[in-house]
Design a protein around this ligand. Structure first.
Ligand code: TRP
Length: 329
């Protein structure tokens, strides 16, 4: 059994893109690995959320993940802020992380550009905190998207550096696990290449059926194909891409045919598409509505998760302290 660690951003609800992208793979990974999934709420402090919205965001994300199928019977689910050992390891790793390498990280440069009034040290040391998250459980694999590869590269470097400095072979060097071919990219409904929260074109797992219908209805289309078998413009291809993941193959085929014969009626296609999206999301939405009211369940999941995660983390910290020379008299 490999050890898998992944952090979940505590911003925004899950949308179809998240679901058909990483999330479904997280769900599958739970059976063959020891998985640690946590909500990266300390990381979220870099943008200075107010306490109320911080808690609300954490709850939303937690509820969405549980509803979608992250299973506390199989995986260890916890909040980063419940594991003080992570912060401690982060502190130690920072002693061996250098300004030059941190300052040239792509995500840091981007953030510094986006929030020039708040270029805090937490932003600079985001990669050391992420490294602590990962190596604290001796992860073998980290399921992340392309945008996190540099952070993972730094994680390996920090692990190696610790080992070299202290002359030990203690930390493993984890690899990115990015699902290869399987990762399906869900496009937006506005003709853009990607469904995303910041793009404002997303269908959320928690959206009510009427909301989904409305969003699909508004999706960008045109007056229809003018010639038989003509290539589809991107925004039409996008609708077909979504249809391919939510609808039966015959349904997709049917609309492909209509397109090719210039007989497609977008309103029909959209109606079908909305219906099939709702088929996928409504069981998840029902669980969201149940779980979000169930404070006792959320309390249980997070306390039990924290307990298990701390067991692993405190073992590591005891060993790390000893390696570093912190010893009792
Ligand atoms: N940086 C990751 C993201 O933005 C979130 C994250 C924090 C993470 N710590 C992690 C991912 C550890 C994997 C492992 O998506």
């Amino acid at each position: 059994m490999d050890i898998v660690v992944s952090g979940i951003r505590s911003t925004g609800n899950l949308h179809l893109g998240n679901y058909f992208g990483a999330l479904r793979n997280f769900i599958r990974m739970q059976d063959e690995n020891t998985c640690f999934f946590f909500i990266a709420d300390i990381h979220s402090l870099t943008t200075h959320p107010d306490p109320k919205s911080l808690h609300a965001n954490v709850k939303n994300v937690l509820v969405d993940y549980l509803a979608a199928g992250i299973d506390p019977e199989k995986s260890i689910i916890y909040l980063q802020s419940d594991i003080p050992e992570i912060a401690e390891l982060y502190l130690y790793l920072n002693m061996h992380a250098y300004l030059g390498e941190l300052a040239k990280t792509t995500s840091f440069k981007e953030k510094a550009r986006k929030q020039p009034d708040n270029v805090n040290a937490g932003l600079l040391t985001y990669p050391t905190l992420m490294a602590a998250d990962i190596i604290i459980h001796h992860a073998d694999k980290v399921p992340v998207g392309k945008d996190q590869e540099q952070h993972l590269e730094m994680t390996r470097r920090f692990a190696r550096r610790f080992n070299n400095f202290y002359g030990v072979e203690y930390f493993k060097e984890p690899v990115a696990y990015n699902f290869g071919q399987e990762l399906i990219k869900i496009p937006g409904l506005d003709g853009s290449g990607k469904m995303g929260k910041s793009e404002g074109n997303a269908i959320y797992l928690s959206d009510a059926p009427e909301v989904i219908e409305k969003k699909v209805k508004r999706a960008l289309t045109d007056s229809g194909p003018k010639e038989f078998n003509s290539p589809k413009p991107d925004y039409i291809e996008n609708l077909f891409t979504i249809m391919r993941v939510v609808s039966e193959p015959e349904v997709v085929h049917h609309y492909e045919e209509l397109w090719n014969k210039c007989e497609i009626r977008y309103s029909d296609m959209k109606k079908q598409l909305a219906e099939d999206i709702i088929k996928v999301t409504s069981p998840i939405r029902e669980r969201i509505l149940e779980i979000e009211k169930d404070d006792a369940y959320l309390h249980k999941v997070t306390t039990e998760g924290a307990e298990k995660a701390r067991e692993s983390a405190s073992k590591t910290l005891n060993e790390v302290r000893e390696i570093m020379g912190f010893k009792p008299f």
